[in-house]
Design a protein around this ligand. Structure first.
Ligand SMILES: NC(=O)c1ccc[n+]([C@@H]2O[C@H](COP(=O)([O-])OP(=O)(O)OC[C@H]3O[C@@H](n4cnc5c(N)ncnc54)[C@H](O)[C@@H]3O)[C@@H](O)[C@H]2O)c1
Length: 439
């Protein structure tokens, strides 16, 4: 394929050299003449192990060159990779000038040709940037229609500097966020030789994935460092500790607890988080990531409360009271907080939980219930049908097959707010007035 790479920084130079190595004809487009001249002389302007070698080989074989003007090359190329910078301004706002300028240039080039060309965004942007800013610019300047006359794909880059060539050839996965199937198909063929699982998803999912991955890395590093600071004060070997944290691949390093849904609760997580942050403060330590986990959890309950109000419901049925099914441990159940908040807002609440029988509860569990939900005997329905009768909305707070069955009896009379994603494919539930917590 003939490929234009817009921007010869880290991502552009590595992508250019690696795609040329895979046998493509690659032309780098770059306004900085020094970078263009260096590449054409087979030299590399960035420090990256193995890259200069790749560049000089590709230039010698004629598969790689660079120029300052790409507009006139568009008609003879099949693909444009946008690899320009998307830095953040002083206030954190994204500086989109470079990607916008490139979109305008590519658009001008597209105007001169009737042949099919796919524009691929490698740069990292906030979700919506492609559809709301770049595609309109391309369409305006090309006077052609995206998804029809030309293609568009968001194809984020997962390379790490200093390991970039390896990462290019063996990434964790190849992500193709496609505007339409034809665009996705062509870019899938571009990565045929790359040994990695390939996922074809929407534009916005691809844009969000790159940011989410980087945010996850940042949170992981911050978490490990906060545990490290705490261990330092306690005289505990933080490396030995974190090795064991990572050795648990069932609950720790796994997809467990990584599904967006409702807030956490129960007798351990909130209490033990408080224990760490309280004792850290006593030791003169600030652990802001751990500190903010509880605040974030409270905001999740608040978000559910707002969703109930958005439904305009005056009478609701809550299905599930304890923090997870098959337990009657109600300590720090976020559902109790939600019910209390809604009750205070004047919403009538009935609740059903097959595992909760207040008369059989003992000790701290019973005390917790009586203190936080004194009206429990008035609102608890042992029979699910009684809870659902006459309600405007149902809030599903536990994942149970019997709740799925009960929802089918609503026949569209009540809205459903599903906090737990009852089904992986909510459309299979067949509910007309259905809302999820974050999907
Ligand atoms: N650096 C990384 O490790 C990395 C990894 C993954 C993703 N990303 C993302 O990839 C994008 C590029 O990052 P980078 O570090 O390679 O950027 P960079 O700043 O190193 O390089 C960008 C290049 O684009 C050039 N450029 C500016 N305007 C241009 C135009 N109109 N036409 C052609 N070229 C133009 C600049 O002169 C510069 O050489 C960013 O969105 C970044 O967030 C970077």
């Amino acid at each position: 394929m003939r490929i234009l790479i817009w921007g010869l920084g880290y991502v552009g130079t590595v992508s250019a050299a690696c795609l040329a190595r895979l046998g493509h004809e690659v032309i780098g487009i770059e306004p900085n003449l020094t970078k263009v001249e260096a590449l054409n002389a087979g030299r590399c302007m960035i420090k990256e192990p193995g890259l200069e070698n790749l560049i000089s080989q590709a230039v010698t074989t004629g598969r790689l060159r660079a120029t300052c003007d790409g507009v006139s090359l568009i008609p003879s190329a099949e693909v444009s990779l946008i690899c320009v910078g998307t830095p953040a301004g002083a206030d954190g706002s994204p500086v989109l000038d470079y990607v916008r300028n490139v979109a305008i240039e590519i658009g001008r080039g597209l105007r001169e040709t009737a042949s099919y060309h796919v524009v691929v965004l490698r740069s990292t942007v906030f979700p919506g940037t492609s559809r709301n800013i770049l595609i309109p610019l391309l369409e305006e300047h090309s006077r052609r229609k995206a998804g029809n006359d030309f293609g568009f794909v968001a194809n984020p880059e997962f390379m790490r500097e200093a390991n970039a060539i390896n990462d290019f050839h063996t990434p964790p996965y190849t992500i193709i966020g496609e505007l339409d199937a034809r665009s996705g198909q062509l870019i899938e063929s571009l990565y045929r030789q790359i040994d990695a699982p390939l996922y074809r998803i929407s534009l916005e999912e691809a844009e969000a994935l790159k940011l989410s991955n980087n945010a996850f890395h940042a949170v992981k590093i911050g978490f490990a460092n906060e545990i490290g600071r705490l261990c330092d004060r306690l005289g505990v070997d933080s490396h030995a500790l974190m090795q064991l944290v990572c050795a648990d691949t069932k609950l720790n390093i796994s997809s467990a607890y990584l599904k967006p849904g409702f807030a956490f609760g129960g007798s351990c997580l909130p209490k033990d988080l408080r224990s760490i942050t309280f004792n850290a403060r006593r030791l003169g330590l600030e652990l802001p990531i751990l500190d903010s986990a509880l605040r974030s959890n409270t905001l999740q309950i608040e978000a559910a409360r707002l969703k109930v109000h958005e439904l305009g419901a005056r009478r609701i049925a809550v299905l599930g009271l304890s923090f997870k099914p098959s337990t009657d441990d109600l300590r720090e159940s976020p559902v109790i907080s939600l019910i209390r908040d809604l009750w205070q807002d004047g919403v009538d609440v009935l609740v059903h939980d097959p595992d909760v029988q207040p008369e059989k509860m003992l000790g701290s569990n019973r005390e917790y219930l009586e203190r936080h939900l004194p009206q429990i005997n008035q609102i608890l329905c042992p029979n699910i049908a009684d809870a659902l009768k006459g309600c405007d909305a149902v809030v599903v707070a536990q994942k149970r097959p019997e709740f799925m069955v009960a929802l089918q009896t609503l026949n569209g009379h009540a809205a459903v707010l599903d906090l737990v994603r009852l089904s992986e494919d909510p459309s299979l539930l067949g509910l007309s007035k259905y809302r999820g917590m974050s999907w």
